[in-house]
Write a protein of this length. Sequence first.
Length: 175
Amino acid sequence: MTAPLALDPACTALVLVDLMDRIVGLPLEPRKGSEVHTVSAELAAAFRTAGALVVLVRVERPGVVEQPPGSGLVQGLLTDGDLEIVKRTIGGFQGTGLDDRLRERGVGTLVFGGIATNLGVESTARAAGDLGYDLIFVEDAMTAFTAAEHEASVRLDFPRLGSVVRAAEVEFTRG
């Protein structure tokens, strides 16, 4: 295991993508959506305790008045003080105001988790990288439709965009 990260909670946000019942319940690999939810909820609690922002991104289908069942975030994941972002594209930045809201709070580092690793998470992260954010990917807080898709993002793409870590390596500096 590598040395723990030393993140500054004042300028770091956790970004969790598409942790919605209808997505968490899909057949996913290399881990179940429920496992990703558990790790993500633990990360979110640690971020909140440290005073860092938690951003929960979920998707809604454009032009659909009534979204499919399970389109809300997994029960209990969103708490007061969190930022909920509704996207209508694969990534969380296009047309959502997320960049402005992060910059208003002085956030420069984004820590990612969610479903699917190679789709919503990677698309959101690529846009964040283009916007100049420092990126950290929590491998055990992600999963995809196949293990190969997950591994391609984690082993090939993410190391070129930022740092890949496990949840146990995420820590905050003491002020």
